[in-house]
Design a protein around this ligand. Structure first.
Ligand code: FRU
Length: 927
């Protein structure tokens, strides 16, 4: 669309400028006019006529030069015009001879030349315009002859002697006089065409001229000058004076005839109009005449009035014409401006039409788009309504679910209480065996944990669904916090983690809901205790901000801290990050909900292995609280309902925390070892209790620790949790199964996540089994036993002959094990002849410690590394003994420095001495 618009506008602009330009382009020709002299009336008349005629041809450029009656000037001017790229030259040469060469040059260059009034001597021109000067002279002669009745004396006043007009008039005059033999030409003076020259010349020759009856001056000006001179000297003379030109206007011929100054004049037309017409005909290449002779006639007293009248008439007509011309020019200017206005209008109109078209098109497409949009809108609206309806249903369903969930959670509380109460009773019995007491304590701890989880779950549900409202009251903050801190004292002493409370603010009272803030503080402090190591420290600080409008309660520990990627999710409900060990992932979510209910904020900053700091920022005063939130404004200091370790969170950690249980030392040697990896210490303890009778137990609380232990101890089986802080159990499996040192250890993954995807992930990572919580202890026991037995059987099957290398051992090994065995085989093979080659050398080359190598070989081949080396040597010796070398040499080649030792070992293994074996072979060979 945009492009169409641009091209239309470009086209119109082109059209517009082109229309304006076409006028300019018509001005194609330049006509130059070189005038011999411009100062006299006759020449002025000629120029006026030319200009008038040219006004009909605006396309013509007109260049005008006048030479002031000087040949040199005129030559120079013609040269200059020639250089100005003229199309045609009109010239009235001052004198014929001097001007001929330059005019010929113009003509020969192909530039058309029109001569007017006077001619050049070569006759090289395209056209001549003017009266026939010979005829003029002739007519004058005839007239004077007639006036003098055939006898008398005459004199002539000529023009410039070299000008053709003068020469030809002279010729004509003399020729006419021939008809009058009694008329004598007695005197000839050169008046140079000028009035004053003629006057002076006549004055100087007055005495001789006095005798003349008539004088023929070659133009009226010289005739007038002659009359004046004669009048001055001989006032009463009767000499007739005849001139040429008969020009109308003041001081010119017609007027002087009328007033009797001169007697007659030969009409000599200026021919300006004709010269221009001829020039245009030549330029337009239309027909024209070469010789354009203008007519002449005698004007004297008899016809002068008529002529004058005619001349006046012509003059007034001429003036009219001039006026018309001016008007025409004005009209033309108006026309031009109107035309350009019209052009502009046309362009605008076309533009408007195009724009209107574009606008209509745009409107139409907009309308269509709008229609489409409206349709889409309607659809969206419909979908929105459907969504709202669905949302409503979902809301109802989730409401129902939540209610159900909360009710069920409540229902849990009773059975848990009924489990805990009898356990408490049973624990009071002093006669209990330590094993039974341990089991009862485990029931108590987990009962308490369950109770805590259920409470948190109910709280968060109620908070999230705005079922808990704030019941703030003004409380003495320090007293409140001190009570809580005091309740943690026993735990602090038990764990040897000092807990301090520091007050750095003058603000004593704060508006809060003590029940809720208590939950917050218990959560934060029990977390701090959970993640702070023995001998660490925990601080609670009360501070205020610069403006004194907020109180900050900080809980700072120097425990293990939270990693960067966990910290941003720490307050998300059910987030199972590094900081949720053993918890539901609800505690911190609950903290945030409660603090936000207080119009405050909770923030955390932490650095791994350095510690964590939680800050509760609570507003001072009560202006931020609504009346409803202040409903219970009893200004009574809150009394903690639970004190000492009666709070479930403290009880949980105080109640003989299993971490505090010393590891039971069992010095009896077990055939097989198990590595248990779980971040839940209860599970570790449970499994330890379960398996420690038959297995050597190693335990770790996270994957990293577990991997290290697996490398160090190379256990016979690993039981690992999947979700743990740091690396997951699946990652652990991937790492251990790829490592030569641990690749053959069966691994059982143990987890609460029982989705198919989770299980597949575990199995894909090459876990040997996947067991979901809750699991049956006996099932796990059977699985452990099975895996170990299977492994043993396989080992037996493939290593019965302690002969893995070269016999293509196909233990149920993975790629890593196979690679290990090949490596081992190659290393041993390469060093068979080296008697100093030992386990140390292999371990170094293979990149394992001696113990790891030992365990690996034991696990895969069920023999020691040394046994393996000896086996390989003896096997090779069998081949060598078949060759033609001595037993000593054989022993040497397989790295036995003592042939006797070799013989003993050989006999032990194959039941035959090497020499007997060699002989046996030789016999076979001979037979
Ligand atoms: C004007 C004029 C006329 C005369 C003509 C001859 O300059 O002198 O009076 O007729 O020139 O060329």
């Amino acid at each position: 669309m945009h492009r169409i618009y641009i091209s239309c506008v470009s086209f119109l602009l082109f059209f517009f400028f082109h229309a304006c330009e076409s006028k300019e382009k018509a001005k194609t020709y330049t006509i130059a006019f070189s005038q011999c002299i411009g100062s006299d009336a006759w020449r002025e008349t000629m120029l006026k006529e030319m200009k008038r005629e040219l006004s009909f041809h605006p396309e013509i450029n007109f260049l005008y030069r006048e030479a002031g009656g000087k040949n040199e000037t005129q030559i120079a001017q013609v040269k200059e015009l020639l250089a100005s790229d003229i199309d045609l030259l009109i010239i009235s040469p001052n004198e014929a001879e001097p001007l001929t060469p330059i005019v010929d040059q113009v003509f020969q260059k192909g530039i058309p030349v029109i001569v007017t009034d006077r001619k050049t001597s070569s006759g090289l021109y395209n056209a001549y315009v003017g009266s026939d000067n010979y005829d003029i002279g002739y007519l004058a002669g005839k007239y004077i002859g007639y006036q003098l009745k055939g006898s008398g004396k005459v004199a002539t006043i000529t023009g410039l002697s070299g000008s053709s007009a003068s020469i030809e008039r002279d010729k004509g005059f003399r020729e006419a006089l021939k008809s009058y033999p009694r008329i004598q030409l007695v005197n000839t003076l050169n008046g140079e065409w000028l009035i004053d020259v003629a006057r002076e010349k006549v004055k100087a020759n007055a005495s001789s001229l006095r005798e003349s009856d008539a004088i023929f001056a070659f133009n009226d000006q010289m005739a007038i000058g002659s009359r004046k001179a004669l009048q001055e000297i001989y006032p009463n003379n009767n000499i007739k004076i005849v001139g040429v030109d008969a020009l109308p206007g003041s001081g010119n011929g017609l007027e002087q005839i009328a007033n009797g100054t001169i007697d007659a004049s030969m009409l000599y037309a200026t021919g300006g109009t004709e010269a221009i017409r001829t020039a245009i005909a030549i330029l337009n290449k239309t027909a024209y005449q070469r010789e354009n002779t203008l007519g002449t006639l005698v004007i004297d007293a008899a016809n002068v009035q008529l002529m004058k009248m005619q001349a006046d008439k012509i003059d007034s007509q001429q003036q009219d014409i001039d006026k018309q011309q001016e008007l025409l020019a004005e009209q033309e200017a108006i026309f031009r401006s109107q035309q350009s206005t019209l052009n502009t209008l046309v362009v605008c109109l076309v533009l408007i039409i195009i724009l209107a078209g574009i606008a209509i098109y745009a409107l139409k497409s907009n309308w269509q788009k709008n229609k489409h949009l409206a349709k889409q809108n309607a659809e969206i609206l419909k979908q929105q309504q459907q969504l709202i309806a669905m949302n409503e249903k979902v809301k109802e369903a989730s409401e129902a679910k939540i209610n159900f969930f909360t009710n069920v959670s409540h229902e849990f509380k009773t059975p848990i209480t009924l489990i805990l109460a009898p356990v408490e009773e049973l624990l009071k019995d002093n006669t209990l065996s330590s094993l039974l007491k341990d089991q009862l304590l485990r029931i108590k701890r987990n009962g308490l944990r369950l109770m805590h989880l259920v409470t948190e779950l109910i709280d968060i549900q109620r908070l999230a669904h705005e079922k808990i409202s704030l019941k703030a009251s003004s409380q003495h903050l320090f007293t409140f916090l001190n009570q809580i801190v005091l309740s943690f004292k026993p735990l602090s002493i038990q764990k040897n983690i000092p807990l301090t409370l520091e007050n750095k603010t003058t603000i004593s009272h704060l508006w809060f809901d003590p029940d809720l803030l208590e939950k917050v503080m218990y959560n934060l402090l029990s977390n701090a205790f959970k993640f702070t190591q023995k001998n660490g420290k925990i601080q609670v600080k009360i501070e205020e901000n610069t403006f004194g409008d907020h109180v900050m309660i900080r809980v700072i520990d120097n425990g293990r801290g939270i990693s960067r990627n966990h910290i941003e999710h720490i307050f998300d409900p059910f987030y199972q990050g590094a900081y949720s060990t053993g918890g539901s992932g609800l505690g911190l979510a609950l903290v945030r909900e409660i603090i936000e209910l207080h119009h405050g904020q909770v923030t955390v900053s932490s650095k791994e292995n350095e510690g964590t700091s939680f800050t509760l920022r609570l507003p001072v005063g009560d202006t931020h609280l609504t009346i409803a939130e202040k409903a219970a404004t009893l200004v009574t200091d809150h009394k903690l309902e639970a004190t000492g370790d009666s709070h479930p969170l403290i009880a949980l950690q105080t109640a003989l925390s299993p971490a505090a249980q010393p590891e039971k030392k069992d010095h009896s040697l077990k055939e097989y070892s198990l590595l248990v990896i779980d971040d839940n210490i209860e599970i570790v303890h449970f499994l330890r209790d379960k398996f420690s009778e038959n297995y050597q137990i190693y335990s770790a609380s996270n994957a990293e620790e577990g991997i290290k232990l697996a490398y160090a101890k190379v256990p016979d089986l690993i039981i690992s949790d999947v979700i743990m802080p740091g690396k997951s159990g699946i990652e652990l499996v991937k790492i251990l199964k790829k490592d030569t040192r641990t690749s053959s250890i069966p691994i059982i993954l143990l987890t609460a996540l029982d989705t198919e995807e989770q299980q597949n992930q575990g199995l894909l990572a090459m876990a040997d089994a996947y067991i979901t919580k809750p699991f049956s202890g006996s099932h796990l026991e059977a699985l452990v036993q099975n895996l170990i037995t299977n492994r043993e059987e396989l080992k037996q099957r493939y290593t019965s002959e302690v002969n893995p290398v070269g016999d293509r051992v196909q233990i149920n090994t993975n790629e890593v094990d196979r690679r290990f065995l090949n490596n081992l085989s190659a290393i041993v093979e390469n060093h068979l002849s080296n008697s100093h080659f030992n386990v140390e050398n292999i371990a170094k080359e293979i990149g394992m410690s001696r113990v790891q190598l030992y365990r690996k070989v034991k696990a895969l081949l069920n023999c020691s590394v040394n046994d393996y080396i000896i086996h390989r040597r003896l096997k090779k010796s069998k081949h060598l003994l078949q060759q033609d070398i001595t037993i000593n040499e054989v022993a040497d080649q397989i790295g036995f420095s003592s042939p006797t030792y070799f013989a003993t070992l050989f006999k032990n293994k194959y039941g035959i001495s090497p020499s007997a074996f060699k002989k046996q072979f030789q016999r076979k060979d001979h037979s």
